[in-house]
Ligand binder design. Structure first.
Ligand code: GLN
Length: 308
């Protein structure tokens, strides 16, 4: 198993060689636009506790929307099923920051993995407290899950998100007008922007997602992070909504729950087998890592890990 998986990961990396550098690096903030498009990293952490990585797997990157999965986990633990009264769980079929859909659906975002849904989730975590407490809670959750206290927030990214996040701000006010935000818009967005600005490397991210592969239990520490049924549901939402308008395509090609971010990272869960993180900054037109998606497709094919 060990040799096989190591060979497969090496093979995936070799197969990506000719694609590396493709796609368009996010350029809405300086800290993301200056990332080298030729970076590529992959880390696979298995439920047996071994980690195999290749390429730039130990270089930190901005996890951006991958953070939405962890925030969702925290919010579900906080309010349980009641969350689903404020956010749906259907694929959106539109861009991650679409306002049109939000208007149409009266301020109830389609799912927690698009921006407005994640802003509602941030409001739940904020819970009318000082944003510093909510941000610390999210960061500490990721540090615990990654079993690594060095996970940090990039404050330059957080500031740039706030400086340029007019659309997110508009959506937050919009939802507030519909009565779907409890906290002050500024505080909710401060929480959301800092969560997006968390930096992690592939090894940390794969480790952090392992509880979702282990039926809610971290197979290394033995900690039951969430109940099995909840892990199954988070994985279901990742499968149907984790890649925005390309979620169907990701399911078609990869066949695993996954969540992308505009920093070029993707967290992918192979239930009962492994947690995988890939990073390649060039994005496709929908905003998902182009080479990262290809690498996961290749990995799923070579391992036979697709859930279908
Ligand atoms: N910080 C980005 C935003 O809110 C995250 C988007 C993403 O990763 N898709 O617009």
């Amino acid at each position: 198993m060990t040799t096989n998986l190591a060979e497969i990961v090496a093979q995936v990396r070799a197969d990506m060689e000719s694609h590396i550098g493709s796609g368009r690096v996010a350029d809405y903030i300086p800290a993301l636009s200056r990332v080298d498009p030729r970076k590529f990293g992959i880390a696979v952490t298995t439920c047996d506790g071994e980690t195999i990585n290749a390429g730039d797997a130990e270089e930190p990157f901005s996890i951006q929307s991958v953070s939405k999965v962890f925030a969702l986990t925290i919010a579900l633990e906080r309010v349980g099923e009641a969350l689903w009264q404020r956010v749906g769980r259907e694929p959106s079929g539109s861009a991650f920051n679409s306002i049109v859909q939000l208007e149409h659906e009266h301020g109830i975002p389609r799912n927690p993995l698009i921006n407005p849904g994640a802003i509602v989730v941030a409001d739940v975590i904020l819970n009318q407290r000082d944003p510093k407490l909510a941000i610390t809670e999210i960061l500490e959750f990721l540090r615990a899950r990654a079993d690594d206290r060095s996970v940090q927030i990039d404050l330059e990214v957080a500031q740039s998100e706030a400086d340029t996040g007019h659309r997110n701000t508009a959506m937050a006010y919009f939802m507030r007008a519909f009565g779907n935000l409890n906290g002050p818009v500024y505080d909710v967005l401060t929480t959301y922007f800092h969560q997006c600005a968390i930096t992690m490397n592939c090894v940390q991210l794969a480790r952090a997602g392992l509880f979702l592969a282990g039926s809610g239990r971290d197979p290394i520490s033995g900690e039951q992070v969430v109940k099995e049924a909840r892990a199954r549901r988070i994985n279901a939402v990742m499968m149907t909504c984790g890649h925005y308008d390309a979620s169907g395509d990701f399911a078609f090609h990869v066949g695993l729950p996954g969540k992308s971010g505009v920093g070029g990272g993707i967290l992918c869960v192979a239930p009962h087998r492994a947690s995988v993180a890939v990073w390649s900054p060039g994005l496709n037109e929908v905003g998902n890592s182009l080479v990262g998606s290809l690498a996961l497709e290749r990995l799923a094919l070579l391992t036979g890990w697709s859930v279908f």
